[in-house]
Design a protein around this ligand. Structure first.
Ligand code: AMP
Ligand code: GLY
Length: 414
């Protein structure tokens, strides 16, 4: 069957790469895809269609006999792309705009969790700078301030003191750095974090292997929050029992809550979770595959992702199998990320590397790879232990040469 993947980054590269291995796949089109995706498998073709151009995407799908659409980015979901495909009779794996609001609005997600008793941090919502500041002063630091809208992982400030909290509120509510939104102010929680994704349709919830993301820009978890600087799976510090508790107390009740609210969810539900002293709690929900978690979780998946998606869309519980090995990936990002990014810097040495590499933001220019975005490459290592996977990833990173890229050297350190 022909499949359309929507998106352009490392996550979509991993999705297209994994789907391409399925005996059920004929051609995989990616809109807009990337040069790297075209070169990674003969069945993958990138299209000159933007991920937010619903009309052209539907026209393409109808003309090219697309039997399944997999949507990567949250912007497309919140733009109603899944609804538009469904309205045209095209099978789609991705939530409706109404269900994707669990990612699109932190206020909506928080209210849903409160109403349905899903464990998460206590919170309050503000759109007025002075009131927010007064609240923060009353609660004290540390305290967490989140912009209520899409900010690509960058609209969250974990303020260690009142000065940092005040600065964040000024940027979000007074200077409107991200737009005209509200902020959610949250209780500071502590504990190890992990990412739990699940294939979901109606009330079927099929959890994927958990992964650990590294969100801060620099080593030792310093610097600003980013979309993610590296990831690994499995996560030895989080037990199977904890994962089961998270599935039973968070993922399943959330899916049920969305159904009850007449926003049934189809697609990937991503729980950004923290294991607190009171058990796992929700830090955030996403309505899509995590990036970069997907780039380690899908390589670890032994069974056929396409079959699993088709099964769940047919109300059959997927039977997912995993490799026992560890998979660890390191993000190479443009100097200045997450505040800024450089484009057009040449990347040398990629041809020497045998590891799996997913391209997050590159372009081919005159036969040379160049940077083309904030996060640029995701280099994957595999090993029988976390340490060997880490060594394998970093020895590949060392072969890549570009003076405009930086990376964290502690991905996988515990
Ligand atoms: P989010 O975008 O909501 O996942 O937040 C980004 C990061 O900020 C998380 O991965 C956490 O490390 C941190 N964070 C968010 N909310 C909290 C919280 N309530 N308590 C402590 N840390 C948090
Ligand atoms: N890695 C976190 C996210 O996908 O939002």
């Amino acid at each position: 069957m022909n499949i359309l993947v929507v998106g352009r980054g490392g996550r979509e590269h991993a999705i297209a790469w994994k789907l391409a291995q399925s005996p059920l796949a004929t051609r995989i089109y990616v809109a807009p895809g990337s040069d790297a995706m075209n070169l990674s498998h003969y069945t993958i073709t990138s299209l000159a269609i933007d991920e937010n151009d619903n009309e052209q995407l539907i026209k393409f799908a109808l003309t090219y006999n697309i039997r399944l659409v997999v949507i990567g980015p949250e912007t497309a979901l919140l733009n109603g792309l899944a609804d538009d495909f469904a309205a045209n009779g095209i099978r789609v794996f991705g939530p409706s705009k109404a269900a994707a609001l669990i990612e699109g609005s932190k206020q909506f997600a928080k209210e849903l969790m409160l109403k349905h008793k899903i464990p998460t941090a206590e919170y309050s919502i503000f759109d007025d700078y002075d009131n927010a500041l007064a609240y923060v002063k009353q609660k004290g630091a540390p305290i967490v301030i989140k912009y209520d809208g899409l900010a690509a992982g960058k609209g969250v400030v974990v303020a260690k003191n009142l000065e940092e909290a005040g600065q964040a509120l000024a940027e979000m509510l007074r200077d409107k750095k991200f737009g005209n939104g509200k902020v959610v102010i949250e209780e500071f929680l502590e504990g190890p974090e992990f990412s739990l994704m699940a294939l979901v349709n109606g009330e079927i919830v099929a959890p994927l292997a958990i992964a650990q993301d590294h969100k801060r820009a620099y080593n030792d978890d310093l610097g600003p929050n980013t979309g993610g600087m590296g990831a690994y799976t499995p996560v030895p510090t989080i037990s199977a029992e904890t994962v089961q508790i998270a599935v039973d107390t968070i993922m399943k009740p959330t899916v049920k809550a969305l159904s009850n609210e007449k926003r049934p969810f189809t697609g990937i539900l991503y729980g950004g979770l923290m294991l607190t002293a009171d058990g796992p709690k929700v830090i955030e929900f996403n309505a899509r595959f995590g990036d970069p978690e997907t780039e380690v979780v899908l390589p670890r998946m032994k069974s056929d992702l396409l079959k699993h998606i088709l099964d769940i869309l047919n109300d059959i519980e997927p039977q997912i199998e995993w490799h026992d090995d560890f998979f660890l990936g390191v993000v190479l990002a443009s100097a200045g990320y997450p505040e800024s990014s450089t484009k057009g810097a040449e990347i040398r040495g990629l041809e020497k590397v045998e590891n799996l590499i997913f391209h997050m933001g590159t372009k081919m220019e005159e036969e040379k790879w160049v940077t083309n975005g904030g996060r640029v490459l995701f280099v994957v290592g595999r090993g029988k232990t976390l340490e060997t996977a880490q060594l394998n990833a970093y020895s590949a990173v060392d072969q890549i040469d570009c003076d405009k890229l930086f990376f964290r050297s502690d991905i996988g350190n515990q």
